[in-house]
Ligand binder design. Structure first.
Ligand code: ADP
Ligand code: GLC
Length: 485
């Protein structure tokens, strides 16, 4: 029973193409919304990975406005992949580049990213205005800076247009482009001033979205509050404060089928809350994979992360003495900044058997870490939502998190009252400093050595509802209120 159609506009979606949590969300939300009577179609760029996964497609000609802006020809492919209903913008000279969707092989941004994602947004606005009739959306949901111009193009179109929402997954990425690109992107002068999409002398595709969308969401209530402050507003807090009446914080869920320890084929041993002892097999397997000592007693800490300033990996490096001091081991899966990669490799070389790493992006290893580590570290300086702590909860790996953003909202700290009440699911620390993280690691090791307490925390963690059910209901309610307005 579908009574609402929503167009989602994203630059990545699991399982087709993923660089981070945005893909998890864009891939899982449509499936969850189907249970709320909402049919979500997802507009994606036609990367080779996406087109390669589609079969039985229908090809439509592109609207003239899109072809003109793109400066070349293409088509819009309609099709389904694994439960996702997709609209794929196949313009080979813009998107026909395998690998990372945003970066050239040398690690720098593709120089035409402004055009690539401007054209994607233009296509979204054309669909919103009915160019794929009879599939006309009742609402458009744009994600992050890559889809940021969508609400702007919709606002420019003459006549009535459906409501639009933009979701901020990470305010640190403003989609900054030279202001001169505004003309190529067909933006009128009135949109290129301070009251429009101009941002400190540049054009910000994200700011355009925040300015012209009917509603703004971000991925946790705490982050929704943090981004109203100069400290975490990344220069956009003024605009966000002015629009705070349409700003909502809705937590992410996770795909509980893809992340299910009882049926996870990527684990050495599958297990459920009644059989957590089987985690020992996964721990041994992870220790072997990361060249760690095969020691069942050592508290094994895990990290699955982009290696960047946001994620506080440098803070963790400085807290390593405490981790080693309490007999711990560390298994790192990540890739990113070269200095952080080097620091991790050096630490692993200096402490063989105690610190191990897998540098790179690997879905199977991510599951192995979640299923095998005792505690998962998330020392982020800021974290809009964070998904790895949610996977950790589901897998009975105790999350040790910075008290920021979505981490603060999803983990119940093992303070005395929470322990007495039997509700703790993890460990929180603040501020994000080596000293506070070191103390949290030591506290975690103490909890780990208290077997009944630890077992209770694992049971609590594994019974936490981290599914999309609740969040999907909140999105559905918001969509309906905007469509009814
Ligand atoms: P962000 O989107 O800021 O990177 P999230 O916690 O929301 O942070 O999402 C990160 C996602 O990327 C999770 O699904 C996590 O498992 C995955 N991930 C991060 N680094 C790696 C890696 N090196 N290999 C495999 N998966 C990774
Ligand atoms: C961003 C954020 C992360 C969030 C993800 C999905 O990448 O950094 O906190 O979980 O988007 O919303």
């Amino acid at each position: 029973m579908t009574d609402l159609r929503v167009l989602s506009v994203a630059s990545e979606a699991y399982p087709l193409i993923k660089t981070g949590g945005l893909a998890d969300v864009a891939g899982a939300l449509p499936l969850a919304l189907a249970h709320e009577g909402i049919e979500m179609g997802t507009l994606l760029p036609g990367y080779p990975e996406v087109i390669g996964a589609m079969d039985k497609t229908v090809a439509l000609a592109l609207p003239e406005s899109v072809t003109r802006m793109a400066g070349g020809h293409g088509r819009l492919l309609l099709g389904a992949v694994g439960g996702l209903w997709l609209l794929v913008l196949d313009i080979p000279h813009l998107y026909g580049r395998p690998g990372n969707p945003y970066l050239a092989p040398d690690g720098t941004d593709w120089p035409d990213n402004g055009l690539r994602f401007g054209v994607l947004s233009r296509m979204a606005a054309e669909i919103a205005m009915g160019c794929v009739a009879p599939w006309v959306p009742d609402l458009v949901h744009a994600h992050d800076w890559q889809a940021g111009l969508t609400p702007a193009y919709m606002a420019m179109a003459p006549g009535r247009h459906p409501p639009s929402i933009i979701t901020i997954h990470n305010l640190a990425f403003a989609g900054k482009m030279p202001l001169t690109l505004g003309e190529t992107l067909g933006l009128p002068d009135w949109m290129l001033g301070l009251d429009g999409a101009e941002f400190y002398g540049d054009l910000s595709l994200l700011k355009a979205g925040l300015r012209y969308a009917d509603a703004i969401t971000t991925v946790s209530p705490s982050y929704a509050a943090e981004i109203l402050t100069p400290e975490w507003g990344m220069g956009l807090d003024g605009l966000l404060r002015a629009r705070s009446h349409v700003l909502h914080g809705i937590l992410n869920g996770i795909d509980i089928q893809a992340w299910n320890p009882s049926s996870d084929r990527l684990l050495a041993a599958a297990y459920d809350a009644g059989h957590v002892a089987a985690r020992a097999t996964n721990k041994a397997s992870l220790q072997a994979m990361m060249a760690l000592e095969l020691n069942p007693q050592a508290p094994l800490f895990g990290l699955v992360s982009r290696l960047s300033w946001q994620k506080g990996v440098d803070v963790l490096m400085q807290a390593l003495p405490a981790l080693l001091e309490c007999g711990g081991q560390l298994a790192v899966l990540g890739n990113g900044d070269a200095e952080l990669v080097a620091a991790i490799r050096t630490a692993a070389a200096e402490h063989p058997g105690r610190i191990g790493c897998f540098i790179g992006y690997n879905e199977a290893v991510a599951h192995a870490v979640q299923g095998g580590c005792d505690a998962l570290l998330v020392p982020s300086r800021f974290e809009p939502c964070g998904l790895t702590q949610l996977y950790a909860l589901r897998y009975g790996a105790i999350p040790v998190v910075a008290r920021v953003g979505g981490l603060a909202d999803t983990v119940i700290d093992a303070n005395v009252m929470a322990l007495n009440a039997g509700v703790a699911t993890g460990v929180q620390f603040a501020p994000v400093t080596p000293t506070a993280l070191a103390a949290a690691i030591t506290r975690t090791a103490t909890l780990y050595n208290d077997k009944p307490v630890w077992a209770r925390m694992q049971a609590n963690a594994m019974s936490t509802d981290v599914s999309w059910r609740g969040p999907a209901r909140e999105y559905a309610r918001l969509y309906r209120s905007l469509v009814a307005a």
